[in-house]
Design a protein around this ligand. Structure first.
Ligand code: CA
Length: 226
């Protein structure tokens, strides 16, 4: 059974989500404050952490940093703040995904399953996919730019892999969204994909303002390669 730590100070949300996750076969531990979450994390490993940002004794960002410093436990951040800056900060601190409140339970569970699945190997057979000086080794899930390894989050990797597996083809935003999140497109904040594309370009392109690896095809979507 997969264990989930849910850090949330709103008791109504906490209990509602706890109930649904248990119905779905997860084992759930609740923490209302950062301090309780830290205690629980010391006592047992979790398969996934759901992390609210505004907590009575501090910010979820702090705990995210601590969890990342200690290992690669998947983290999904939950917050009412949907500005691009706070999404970017959460992802920079190592969160795997970010969900804005209010969210639908079915969406949360789909995202959790997607994050857990991404932690496993996407493609076990070794393939080397190259485009514009960037190489993806699928068996090891590693990415290199001009021979140097580039570190990507699980979601960035999945996005890049989707584009590289479909090189020279234009992928619509919806095709990309359903491939990386595996949920109905209307669940996903359109902003989120834009943020991820921007982050990938910053990590991979020589000039992120004039991308040559991940191109925008106006009105249609995105394309890797010519
Ligand atoms: Ca809160």
């Amino acid at each position: 059974m997969l264990s989930v730590l849910f850090v949330e100070d709103d008791a109504t949300i906490a209990m509602g989500v706890e109930y649904s996750l248990k119905q779905d076969g997860f084992q759930v531990s609740l923490a209302y404050r950062l301090e309780e979450a830290r205690d629980l994390l010391k006592r047992q490993p979790f398969d996934l952490v759901l992390l609210d940002l505004g907590l009575p004794d501090g910010s979820g960002y702090e705990l995210c940093k601590e969890i990342r410093a200690a290992g690669d436990t998947p983290i999904i951040m939950l917050s009412a703040r949907d500005e691009e800056a706070s999404i970017v900060l959460g992802l920079d601190l190592g969160a795997d995904d970010y969900l804005t409140k209010p969210f639908r339970l079915r969406e949360l569970i789909s995202r959790m399953k997607a994050v857990l699945r991404r932690r496993g190997p996407l493609e076990t057979s070794e393939r080397s996919l190259t485009c514009g000086g960037v190489t993806v080794l699928t068996g090891q899930a590693r990415v290199y730019k001009d021979g140097r390894e580039v570190l990507l989050t699980a979601l960035e990797y999945r996005l890049l892999l989707t584009l590289f597996l479909n090189q020279k083809r234009v992928l619509s935003r919806n095709q990309i969204l359903s491939s990386i999140w595996d949920v109905d497109e209307d669940f996903v904040n359109d902003n989120t994909l834009t943020v991820y594309i921007k982050r990938l370009r910053e990590k991979l392109e020589d000039d992120p303002q004039n991308p040559v690896i991940i191109k925008t095809v106006r009105g249609l979507g995105y394309q890797a390669g010519d």
